[in-house]
Structure formats: structure tokens, C-alpha cells
Design a binder for this molecule. Structure first.
Ligand SMILES: [Zn+2]
Length: 455
């Protein structure tokens, strides 16, 4: 009970709490930034008679989803233009990298704004930026404007050539500057490197030490394709995750993006060091990277590994829709071993919420609906035909049906950032005009040649 103004969300509540409670006609009270009560609606209503009620028993209330790997800049302004029949690597080095190289600070903010508004529309409240931001101050500004929770670093590689390339010391100085800047409570600074084939041992160890020193996260790409590990083996004499463990880089503070093509020793290195992995299944399928040959993410899951789901980027999945990605993950986890009993929709929802939050080091603050946690909440409207009749198992229905068009309201840290399906902070009509103008200019400056084709 409280005298502070409170909001009471009413609906079937999927808590993903330690007991995995699902409360029919439940209530969640938001006071300030946090959740102050969870229970049957009638009981919560009695305790908070002055609270403003939103929703009714037909709605579904879930924890905000975690997107564990998302590029917020680069190809978002030319979304769904990069062809899907390019040779391996071309989507990145002939398209995405030139686009990143040509981004102005304004492009970064606009791109991130669009990506984060799109994210909220599919119920994503926390996004891990994947390590390719040129102007982090502008991406942080976008997150504040939209009201989204993100982790954020800056572009980090010490290759000889390429946009934003620099010697390891200089890259680490840039990372340190981002980490030491206060961008507000919704922006958690991380150390971000591009990937294992694009960083020296000095950069990898320095970045890991920097993250440890500041008690924050480190993320980088590792082996989405077969050739990644082979190149690394030729350079260092060891497979990537084994070498990185030997260097002392891996640990609970590390979130690897992908980890698709890892051998048994690498699997062990990741599990033993309690390193987390973000799986982005649409990326592997759109790029034809072979995840169906050996779905190691299932082995990580069965081994008790820390996993999150990611949506990656526009050349590798297109939609920023975590439930769509989680359903695909569940399908692969059943299909690859030809065993439908091994992984369920409920497991998939855990990866999007509680376990995803744990994988990114935020399990104490977010990922479930529990008293004291941050009020990152999504209200799903089940009045449309897709939801009729409502299932007796709302988790099954949520994951396999998806949430497209059904996310009605979103709260992050207690602020209502989506109402009736629209951002409360950003006028989409205005940024649509800006985005069309920026896309034409970016394509011209970068030299990429988007064109419709059917051949
Ligand atoms: Zn990525």
C-alpha cells in the first residue's frame, strides 16, 4: 500500500518468476520505476484502491523481452535492401561495412531511433547493441528519446584497414571514454568489439580487463560461419573460444554473439567460464550459415549455459522481433535432433525474459515480473482473431502465434513508452520523412547500389 500514484496493469500475468507463476485475471502494480505488487487482480486492487487501472482480464501482461544482439546502426536505414543471394561475407564487407563507414552522427541517431521504436512494437524493452556504433553519444540520445533500455559501446577493431580501425591502445581509449560517460539510467555502457577475427590478442585481453575493471559487459561476434574458426586456427594455432579462454578473455562478463560453429573443446570453454552466448537464428538462415548442421546452441542449453536470443541486423534477419526469433530457435532445437521433447515454447520464453536477462548480467533488475524489479512490462491485446479463443496455456500461444500487431502498451522503468500500439515519445510520421531522405543520401555516399531485381 502506498500513497504514491500507481498504475495497475490487469490481465493474465506471465511472471517468469522463480515459481513460473501464471496468474489468470492478475494485476501488476507499477509505482515509480519499479513493480510494487503482483497477484490476483481483486487482491491487488484492494491494496491499491487509488491506482489507475490499464487493461482487463482479456489482456496478457509479460516481462519486456531481451534482445541479446542487435545492430542499431548501419543497414537499418537501408533495411531489407541487401540481397539474400550474395556470396558469404559480401553482405557484411560489400554492404554493411560501407554503410557503417558513411553514417553521419545524424544517421546514427535516426537509425537507432527507428530500430528501437520497431523493437518496442514487438515487446523488446532491452537491447544489447552488438558492437558497431560509430557515434555512441547519438545512439544513447536515441535510446533516451524512445525510452528504451540498451547496453552500448563503440566500434572496436584493430585490423589494418577499415572504418574506425585503430591500434589496440587507441581502440581501448575510445571504449574507456564510452564506459566513463554517464548517459542516464537506461543506457548501460559496455565494452564492444567487432569480432574474434578482427581483434588482436592485445585488444581482446585489454577489452576484457576493461570490462572487469568497470564491472560491466563485453560483447563480440564469434564464429557465425565455418570459415571464421578456420581462419582463426590458421592465425593462432587454436580454435577461437579455446584461445580466448587461454588468454583469460572469457568469463561471466562476456556475451558472445553467435557461437554457431564451435567444436566440443570450445563448447567446454564457454560452459566452464560461464560465458554467455546470444543466438540469432534468423541471421544464420538468411545468410545460409549452416546452423541446421550442428545446432550447438542446444548443446549450450542442455549443458546449463547462459543463453539469450538476438535479432542481429538487417542483412541477417530483417525483423526486430524477438518472439519470432525465439519461435524459430525452438523449432530448430526440436528439428535438428529430431526430438520435439527437448525444448519447448516455455523454454523459448525464458530465453527472452529471465534467462536472457541473466545472460546479459541484468537478472537482478529485469527479466521477470517480481516485486522490486524494474517495471519493464508489455501488455498484449488478445482481442484480435489470432487470439480467439484464448488458449489455456498462454505461453504456448504467445510463442507459437507471435505478437505481431498485438503489442498495445509498453512500460520501461515505469514509464509508459507505447500506448495503443504507438510510441508516446516519437512521432513516426516525422521520422518517416527523415528516414526516406537519409536513406537516399546514405546509399549515394556509401556507393552501395540498392535496386529491385528478380532474376
Ligand atoms: Zn551481429
Amino acid at each position: 500500500m502506498t500513497s504514491k500514484p500507481a498504475t495497475l496493469l490487469r490481465g493474465t500475468v506471465i511472471t517468469v518468476d522463480p515459481d513460473r507463476r501464471v496468474i489468470d485475471d492478475g494485476g501488476v502494480v507499477v509505482t515509480g520505476e519499479t513493480i510494487s505488487a503482483v497477484g490476483p487482480f481483486s487482491a491487488v486492487r484492494a491494496d491499491y484502491p487509488a491506482a489507475t487501472t490499464v487493461g482487463d482480464s482479456r489482456d496478457l501482461v509479460v516481462p519486456g523481452f531481451i534482445n541479446g544482439h542487435q545492430h542499431l546502426t548501419g543497414d537499418r536505414l537501408l533495411q531489407s535492401t541487401i540481397p539474400d543471394d550474395l556470396e558469404p561475407g559480401a553482405a557484411i564487407f560489400e554492404w554493411a561495412v560501407p554503410l557503417h563507414a558513411s553514417h553521419t552522427p545524424d544517421d546514427d541517431e535516426l537509425s537507432a531511433t527507428l530500430a528501437l521504436v520497431e523493437s518496442l512494437g514487438s515487446g523488446i524493452t532491452t537491447t544489447v547493441e552488438a558492437g558497431t556504433v560509430a557515434h555512441p553519444d547519438r545512439v544513447a540520445a536515441a535510446a533516451r528519446r524512445v525510452g528504451a533500455r540498451i547496453t552500448l559501446g563503440t566500434w572496436g577493431w584493430d585490423v589494418e584497414e577499415g572504418p574506425f580501425a585503430a591500434p589496440a591502445d587507441e581502440v581501448l581509449d575510445r571504449q574507456r571514454m564510452v564506459i566513463e560517460r554517464d548517459e542516464g539510467p537506461l543506457v548501460t555502457p559496455w565494452v564492444t568489439l567487432v569480432g574474434h577475427d578482427l581483434m588482436s590478442d592485445a585488444l581482446a585481453t585489454g577489452a576484457s580487463a576493461l570490462a572487469r575493471e568497470h564491472n560491466t559487459g563485453l560483447t563480440f561476434h564469434l564464429s557465425p560461419s565455418v570459415s571464421d574458426g578456420e581462419q582463426y586456427l590458421a592465425r593462432t594455432g587454436l580454435r577461437p573460444a579455446v584461445h580466448l579462454r587461454q588468454l583469460g578473455v572469457l568469463g561471466p562478463h562476456v556475451l558472445i554473439g553467435h557461437g554457431v560453429h564451435i567444436d566440443d573443446d570450445e563448447l567446454e570453454a564457454i560452459l566452464e567460464t560461464d560465458t554467455a552466448v546470444a543466438a540469432c537464428p534468423w541471421a544464420y538462415l538468411r545468410l545460409g550459415q549452416g546452423t541446421t548442421r550442428a545446432f550447438r546452441h542446444l548443446d549450450l542449453w542442455l549443458g546449463g549455459g547462459r543463453l539469450a536470443i538476438g535479432c542481429d541486423t538487417e542483412n541477417a534477419g530483417d525483423a526486430i522481433d524477438a518472439v519470432r526469433a525465439a519461435a524459430l530457435f525452438a523449432g530448430l532445437a526440436k528439428d535438428v535432433p529430431m526430438d520435439p521433447t527437448v525444448f519447448t515454447a516455455h523454454h523459448a520464453l525464458e530465453l527472452l525474459t529471465r534467462r536472457g536477462a541473466e545472460a546479459i548480467g541484468m537478472g537482478e533488475q529485469i527479466g521477470s515480473i517480481e516485486v522490486g524489479k524494474q517495471a519493464d512490462l508489455v501488455m498484449i491485446d488478445r482481442r484480435g482473431p489470432a487470439w480467439v479463443p484464448v488458449s489455456s496455456d498462454p505461453v504456448l500461444q504467445l510463442v507459437w502465434k507471435g505478437v505481431a500487431g498485438s503489442v498495445r502498451d509498453v512500460w520501461i522503468a515505469g514509464s509508459r513508452v507505447v500506448t495503443d500500439g504507438s510510441s508516446t515519445r516519437v512521432d513516426i510520421e516525422t521520422i518517416t520523412v527523415e528516414a526516406h531522405r537519409a536513406a537516399v543520401s546514405l546509399a549515394e555516399r556509401s556507393g552501395v547500389r540498392p535496386a529491385p531485381r528478380w532474376d
